[in-house]
Design a protein around this ligand. Structure first.
Ligand code: FAD
Ligand code: DHB
Length: 394
């Protein structure tokens, strides 16, 4: 088997990259360890920055998002018994789109299949080879048969636990990491959202977030201990805790899904090694408080697709230095923006969660910072411009 770009992982990063490359006439094969049903139903992120919306629309895969997604012009910060609105529209002229990650994934898979392009689900034993040479290879098993995929480039879009970053010799990697002493318990519930916009709550009992997926489905999160067992959280306990922290009239309803998300900040540098490029969660993780995970994945592959497109552009000499330049810049171009999103995600997490090690001084400082944000236009604007998304290119 041979292709131009082998893409490992059919999450938002891998699928969008495949779509962008196909639009430029570049061949690729997507290899995914899980089933199509699994990746289409994995409930994860829900907020798209305005530029992510633009990227999906420009790529021609935004029609259902524009119809079913919910455009939000602000959020509420709730603390010390009161809610305060941060008005994105007024502060930045921008908005964000609420549209589930699994819907983005469904739209991208549909586009790939409609174009009759290869995406192989349920593959296993994926291994990557010779990416430090001009002829990389990917080996994998599919339907009990062993295959070798020869290619020009490998895109490691296989998430945090994937095989691509793990194959890079450790001495070539610098890792930066922070693990937080709490996790999020997330639920999807069949109830209309109790607020028309997201509520981020800093409560004495811990952080809570009210989000949504549609006018009839809510997505809600609670800060909890990282070692907690989801089974220990009955529906009744979850609803009571959410009501106590969010301070809204919240009807109980059927809980469709429950999961625990650990909280971590992580960056691997660089993001390219010869002819291997890491993108999305394979290279970096943010704690979800800033709603940046899926957006960073989209931004990475937007840059990578541009680099690959200039490499394969008719007239550019394959392997020539001009052709490689955009690809050589990939890591540096992405990392500048990634570190700003890291800072913002860490800051939102520090601002809104309950930390057991906090002294009464730390708690008062946290509340003073929230007060400052909701009373100073400059401070509110800083939050707003990061939340709606910093520019894609420097
Ligand atoms: P992924 O979506 O992880 O896709 C990687 C794909 O690679 C997967 O489909 C995986 O099955 C596949 N894969 C892995 N290993 C292999 C292999 N060896 N061979 C082939 N395929 C492989 N972000 C937010 O902003 N808000 C949230 O609320 C939020 N919640 C999250 C909850 C969880 C449990 C997790 C794990 C992440 C959450 N995120 C959230 C982060 C966000 O979902 C990710 O940033 C986003 O999925 C990144 O996309 P990706 O394509 O880089 O990686
Ligand atoms: C959602 C997730 C987030 O991490 C966030 O900050 C806001 C919304 C969501 O899943 O809807």
């Amino acid at each position: 088997m041979r292709t131009q770009v082998a893409i490992i992982g059919a999450g938002p990063a891998g699928l969008l990259l495949a779509h962008l490359l196909h639009q430029h006439g570049i061949e690729c094969v997507v290899l995914e360890a899980k089933s199509r049903h699994y990746v289409e139903n994995r409930v994860r992120a829900g907020v798209l920055e305005h530029q992510s919306v633009d990227v999906l629309n420009e790529a021609g895969v935004g029609a259902r998002m524009m119809k079913e997604g919910l455009l939000h012009h602000g959020i509420f910060l709730h603390f010390a018994g009161r809610s305060h609105r941060i008005d994105f529209e007024e502060l930045t002229g921008r908005a964000v789109m609420i549209y589930g990650q699994q819907e983005v994934v469904k739209d991208l898979i549909a586009a790939r299949l409609a174009a009759r392009q290869p995406v192989y689900f349920d593959v296993d034993a994926v291994s990557i080879h010779d990416f430090d040479t001009g002829s990389p290879r990917v080996r994998f098993r599919m339907k009990e048969e062993q295959h070798t995929l020869e290619c020009d480039f490998i895109a490691g879009c296989d998430g945090f636990h994937g095989v691509c970053r793990a194959t890079v010799p450790p001495q070539q990697l610098s890792l930066y990491e922070r693990v937080y002493p709490f996790a999020w318990l997330g639920i999807l519930a069949q109830i209309p959202p109790a607020s028309h916009e997201l509520i981020y709550a800093n409560d004495e009992r811990g952080f809570a977030l009210l989000s949504m997926r549609s006018p009839t489905v809510s997505r809600l999160y609670l800060q909890c201990a990282p070692e907690e067992d989801v089974e220990g959280w009955s529906d009744e306990r979850i609803w009571n805790e959410l009501r106590a922290r969010l301070n809204v009239e919240l009807p109980s309803g059927p809980v469709l899904q429950k999961s625990l998300t650990p909280m971590r900040s992580f960056v691997a540098e660089p993001m390219s090694f010869g002819r291997l490029f890491l993108a999305g969660d394979a290279a970096h993780i943010v704690p979800p408080t800033g709603a940046k995970g899926m957006n960073l994945a989209i931004a990475d592959v937007h840059v990578l697709a541009r680099g690959l497109e200039s490499f394969y552009r008719p007239g550019s000499r394959p392997g020539g230095s001009a052709a490689m330049q955009a690809l050589n810049d990939y890591s540096q171009t992405c990392l500048g923006r990634i570190w700003k999103a890291q800072r913002f995600s860490w800051w939102m997490t520090s601002l809104l969660h309950r930390f057991d090690e906090h002294t009464p001084f730390d708690r008062r400082r946290q509340l003073a910072e929230l007060e400052y944000i909701v009373s100073s236009r400059a401070a509110a604007q800083t939050l707003a411009e990061n939340y709606v998304g910093l520019p894609l290119s420097p």
